[in-house]
Ligand binder design. Structure first.
Ligand SMILES: Cc1cc2nc3c(=O)[nH]c(=O)nc-3n(C[C@H](O)[C@H](O)[C@H](O)COP(=O)(O)O)c2cc1C
Length: 222
């Protein structure tokens, strides 16, 4: 089984990277094949908002996203990791997320995931981690948990954080073994309804989305 981490920090050997590698190492020790994608060194163009992915099912850009998506489809575990930049994820992580729009509209990825965020004590790292887990869920991935840490200079994450990263690795592996199901919250149902309403309203344009959802839309919904 494969475990893939998407690293959104521009610092390849920074705090987020250290924790991400600790989670991956733990998963490797439990039999997973690990891989880390460092977004900073990838060629990922901005989403143009053209809607081709929603209409025709493919993206018009030809860049490194195709190979990244192939890796994502092959993995059983997906970890999203980003430091907090201006109270949110980094631009690298957000650019990557935007380019995954087709999966947000047609949640066809399976497997399990988790998020890692590091911050310098300004704002709320948990909110950012929860945001990343919300994104995973929107793609069809079961979020197992998240890890947040405080650190400023590269390498400042402490032993306790690394221990927590290893625990997260164990928790993810257990969730896979136990075939843990996604918890369905009120927010999930609301977002799903909002998305379906959007796709129904623009079904003439969002054709790929409508094809995906049409059998799943309750017959009595308007
Ligand atoms: C452009 C920029 C914006 C940042 N914004 C925040 C922020 O809003 N809140 C915070 O606590 N830390 C912020 N930080 C600090 C980083 O989150 C912190 O240094 C973190 O340890 C970096 O992780 P890394 O080593 O994985 O890159 C910011 C850093 C930069 C460079």
């Amino acid at each position: 089984m494969r475990a893939l981490a998407i690293l959104g920090s521009p610092r390849r050997y920074g705090n987020t990277a250290i924790l991400t590698e600790a989670v991956l190492d733990e998963l490797e020790s439990l039999g997973y094949k690990k891989n880390l994608i460092y977004l900073q060194e990838k060629n990922i163009k901005y989403c143009l908002g053209c809607g081709t992915c929603l209409m025709k099912g493919y993206c018009i850009h030809k860049d490194d996203m195709q190979e990244i998506i192939e890796e994502i489809k092959r993995c059983r575990v997906l970890i999203l990791a980003s430091p907090v930049y201006y109270l949110n994820v980094t631009a690298q992580m957000k650019t990557f997320i935007d380019r995954m729009l087709a999966f947000g509209h047609r949640p066809s990825l399976g497997g399990y995931g988790a998020s890692i965020t590091v911050y310098a004590g300004v704002g709320n790292a948990e909110n950012v981690a929860r945001y990343l887990n919300r994104i995973l869920k929107s793609w069809g991935i079961v979020p197992v948990g998240y890890l947040t840490a405080y650190a400023v200079l590269p390498g400042e994450v402490c032993e306790e954080n690394i221990k927590a990263a290893k625990e997260l690795g164990k928790k993810i592996a257990k969730a896979v073994d136990d075939k843990m199901a996604s918890e369905i919250t009120e927010e999930d149902l609301k977002l799903r309804d909002q998305l379906i309403n959007l796709i129904k309203k623009y079904r003439g344009i969002m054709k790929a989305d409508y094809e995906f959802w049409k059998e799943k839309i309750p017959k009595d919904s308007t």
